[in-house]
Ligand binder design. Structure first.
Ligand code: ZN
Length: 311
């Protein structure tokens, strides 16, 4: 099973259109050793010729055009993209759905609350229901594994809230456990007709504010961990004009400091550890920085667009 990281940045991308922070400025003037990044997006293929998406990022059109495996073939209107899995209703994870509206049939997998928010409360998403069977919505169960595109998934409900555009009264009607999920992904042995007992698992957790002992235990046993790399320090977002919350208050565990992800996962030996969803203010984007060196010495990698993983 192939997994491609099409985008590795947090919301806004790197550089961000309205940002001239040290990183964005230096990337633009060519003095930063590092690469631009689009907003977080994964694609996987467990069946030859078929691809599925995890997230639907606002950069999806560019990401598809940058990935030849996702191009249409056979001289007509078609796409190898069959399924899209949504971990939340955040704009950075759903806006790309609107870019897939060109009369292509596909399935969208989301928790029931996320489906309701998008299809019942936001008429913009009616562009995905212009003909019968255009988009087939499938509910993600929180308490049992489910299969998508030749992969086996397990939802991990995370502490988190619905996006700010969901009204307080609407939120009372929704299941709070549906708001944000992490995902465990492994090749579906039935789809691959093998009895491979050494099944490999990837954990996708781009937005996690705190890690419970249960979650930590689950992550001990996975093979690839794609974890929240949004902010280096807890107070980093406070230096961004307009933001009044710390990283943890925004639902992102910082990398550094007491209880940060570098410390918390120091004992995690099995998984290959990769930071994803990296905000443009994070100093690890500068490969000559002390912070980048600390991350690498702690055994972590920093995801970049185009990175490919095998499960
Ligand atoms: Zn910036």
């Amino acid at each position: 099973m192939r997994v491609k990281i099409l985008g590795s940045a947090a919301g806004g991308g790197f550089p961000q259109w309205n940002c001239a922070c040290t990183n964005c400025h230096r990337l633009r003037d060519g003095s930063l050793l590092g690469t631009s990044r689009t907003q977080t997006q994964l694609a996987w293929s467990a069946v030859p010729g078929q691809w599925s998406l995890l997230n639907a990022s606002p950069d999806l059109r560019t990401q598809i055009e940058s990935t030849s495996e996702l191009w249409p073939r056979d001289g007509g209107r078609e796409s190898p993209i069959r399924d899209v899995v949504l971990p939340s209703a955040e704009l950075d994870q759903v806006l790309g759905l609107l870019l897939l509206r060109e009369f292509h049939s596909f399935r969208v997998h989301a928790t029931p609350s996320v489906r309701k928010v998008l299809t019942e409360d936001n008429s913009l998403f009616d562009v995905l229901a212009r003909f019968s069977g255009q988009v087939n919505w499938q509910d993600i169960p929180l308490n049992q594994p489910f299969s998508v595109g030749g992969a086996r998934f397990e939802a991990l409900p995370l502490p988190g809230s619905f996006p700010g555009f969901v009204s307080a009264s609407r939120q009372t009607e929704l299941n709070p456990q549906d708001a944000v999920i992490g995902l465990l992904i492994s090749p579906d042995s039935r789809a691959n007709s093998s009895e491979d007992s050494s099944q490999r698992t990837l954990a996708f957790l781009p937005g996690v504010g705190c890690v419970s002992d249960t979650l930590l235990g689950t992550l001990q046993n996975c093979d690839i961990l794609l974890f929240d790399g949004t902010f280096w320090s807890d107070d980093e977002p406070l230096r961004i004009p307009g933001i009044t919350r710390t990283a943890r208050q925004m639902g992102h565990l910082p990398l550094s400091g007491p209880g940060g992800s570098l410390e918390l996962f120091a004992t995690l030996r099995r998984p290959r550890k990769i930071f994803i969803h990296i905000n443009n203010t994070n100093p690890i984007l500068d490969e000559e920085s002390t912070e980048y060196r600390m991350v690498r010495e702690a055994g972590w990698e920093v995801a970049h667009d185009g990175m490919e993983l095998t499960l």
